[in-house]
Design a protein around this ligand. Structure first.
Ligand code: CIZ
Length: 305
């Protein structure tokens, strides 16, 4: 089927199934274009918890679909490609987190939303990069165990007065960005603003002009007076930034900023998923109940970095 036929078919199936399509900012252009909402994990979680649709097609990776199910267990949540995982989420298991907690029993566990449902269930609160600092500063305790992303955790540790101990996980895509790439971008584009994601290594975030979540990058893209912006996050965001700000130039900081997991979902997989309700994601009740508490604490703190 040609793309236009598939887009039409998706429209028909959406009506038949009473479905909503949510797509992460890192999804390929064709998927962003058919989505009802394109956003970061915070925005997509809020939408999942509030939608009146009966079916949620989640175009992203597995933990995002799981999060949608935990927040809206009465809905059918579909992930059109089951291989779409998150290597960062896989860097910690619930068992490992239990051991980490035993080592630091007086610390509160703050978990990045890029984590499994089981890990969320062992956490006090979840965060996204857009509200992590606000969440940490809102907690009564001064001692934080941050999982699983060490780079985001160290970034937050430098921004807060609190003690932040980090788990040794990282995003393989953001971890690849180097200091040399930032220096080269500065030399080649002295008139540009350089923004990076806080999942990048600390030496990279230190050299950039700003470290921001994808939601923060979208806001900055619209508001900045710079007309050239070098972007240090997954390439999918460049499409949205360029589409929403046609007068500005957005360039990818590093050719390595491609997450293969975010590219698995295609239009034909969305059609197949909606036709056959293929790729349903669920979470056992006992895990979902505890994970929901941590996610609801996250959602109660507004995003905006
Ligand atoms: O929170 C998210 O959606 C991710 C993975 C990155 C970001 O900064 O939006």
């Amino acid at each position: 089927m040609f793309d236009t036929k598939m887009v039409e078919r998706i429209g028909e199936l959406k009506k038949e199934r009473n479905a909503v399509i949510l797509a992460h900012n890192y999804q390929p252009p064709a998927i962003q274009d058919i989505a009802d909402l394109v956003g970061d994990s915070y925005e997509l979680s809020v939408k999942a918890s509030q939608t009146e649709a009966e079916v949620i097609v989640f175009c992203g990776v597995h933990f995002m679909a799981e999060t949608a199910y935990i927040l809206a267990p009465e809905k059918t949540v579909l992930l059109p490609e089951k291989l779409a995982g998150c290597p960062l989420a896989d860097t910690i298991t619930a068992e490992q987190l239990k051991e980490f907690k035993q080592e630091y029993p007086s610390h509160a566990v703050v978990t990045y939303v890029n984590s499994s449902a089981e890990v969320k269930a062992e956490s006090y609160v979840c965060v996204t990069s857009s509200n992590a600092l606000k969440v940490i500063n809102s907690l009564e305790t001064d001692k934080i165990l941050f999982t699983p992303d060490k780079n985001l955790g160290m970034y937050l540790g430098n921004k807060t007065e609190k003690e932040v101990r980090v788990w040794d996980g990282y995003c393989i895509t953001h971890e690849r960005v180097t200091v040399e790439e930032v220096k080269r971008a500065r030399e080649e584009h002295p008139d540009a603003l350089i923004i990076v994601h806080p999942e990048c290594p600390p030496e990279v975030t230190r050299l950039a002009d700003e470290a921001l979540s994808t939601g923060g990058m979208i806001r900055l893209g619209a508001e900045t007076s710079y007309d050239k912006i070098i972007v240090g996050t997954e390439m999918g965001l460049i499409y949205r930034l360029s589409k929403e700000n046609p007068g500005k130039e957005f360039k990818l900081l590093s050719p390595g900023l491609v997450c293969p997991n975010m590219k698995y979902i295609t239009l034909d997989k969305v059609v197949e998923s909606l036709e056959n309700l293929k790729g349903q994601v669920t979470v056992p009740d006992e895990i979902a109940v505890k994970a929901r508490e941590a996610l609801e604490r996250m959602i109660s703190v507004p995003s905006g970095d």
